[in-house]
Design a binder for this molecule. Sequence first.
Ligand code: GCO
Ligand code: MN
Ligand code: MN
Length: 385
Amino acid sequence: MFTPRPEDKFTFGLWTVGNTGRDPFGEAVRAVKSPVELVHLLAEVGAYGVNFHDNDLVPIDASTAERDCIVHDFKAALEETGLVVPMATTNLFSDPVFRDGAFTANDARVRAYALQKTMKAIDLGVELGAKVYVFWGGREGVETDAAKDPVKAIQRNREAMNFLCEYVLDHGYDLKLALEAKPNEPRADLYNPTTGHMLAFIETLDHPQMVGVNPEVAHEQMAGLNFMHSVAQAWEAGKLFHIDLNDQYPGRYDQDLRFGSRDIKAAFFLVKFLEDVGYDGPRHFDAHAYRTEDYEGVKDFARGCMRTYLILKEKAAQFNADAEIQALLEEINACDGGMDSYTGAYSPEKAADLRTARFDRAALARRGMRYERLDQLTIDLLLGV
Ligand code: GCO
Ligand code: MN
Ligand code: MN
């Protein structure tokens, strides 16, 4: 039970299980593992797929011959283990050239270089089978608003996304683009800081149908938002192309904790949402092991992400089958159709009728909603009582 299967579509980035534990206060605590070794580690723990930034796989200054050799070995590892590459992305933040961002950098040469790097990285992702291409604007932001005009930043971002959509179309790639919002870190403020901002931005692009979002638990929680609500908005708009699962204490640095390890209830309602609506994309864990761990601990971390997801999926099924919970939900949502002639699509007659309808406001206001009981039943279920 709770053993990951391919149909669960659990994926990890090379950078997640390959994280060596470096942080702003200390050096790496784990030795670097090669992409091939990481593929084998992921196969051992039962993952379905592996994602990468261009430079997780091919170093930024590799020659073409080196690139081809690395890609050959990586493909062989994928074939040997059966792992797939559902998603790829570009590193537009590590190299010092991106100190002022990439697509929104004030230096036009950096913006052009970022486009060039992304085109090559898209080719690499497609070569390895990726169907989703993620854009996380690592340093697309500022420390001081004296430096950049935020309107210009949005326009530069739009120009880059339009250019890259055309590039994908021009090459006939079967690829969707997914934008990932984050409010801050590594810079003081990042543009398009939440999933809601991204959804609004997408509608201004030349090919909005190709572009969706990749929401991340920690990023919305860093902004103090309810992550599941952001996911729901993306889903309802047909824009949930990918998802980054992890966990985070609000109001702290970017923690990338094991999925479900901090807020079990929020994780439960997220998993319940994804399973209830039938989201069938990858479930990507964008997190990393504590700095205290060796590679056995990294495996514990990866297994834990998947196990918690599957436990919560089982709890969601219990919630949906629980007689008392479902009876309460029915009672809460009971509807005798008495309002149907007033609500729904507008008509002048309906509006006129509604204006004269009589409501017993005081009686309506007296109704208790039983949400305390419903929530306690949820807690009992989650605690296994
Ligand atoms: C972060 C981000 C990244 C992106 C990754 C894929 O906070 O660093 O979540 O991990 O998801 O770059 O685009
Ligand atoms: Mn993140
Ligand atoms: Mn992420």
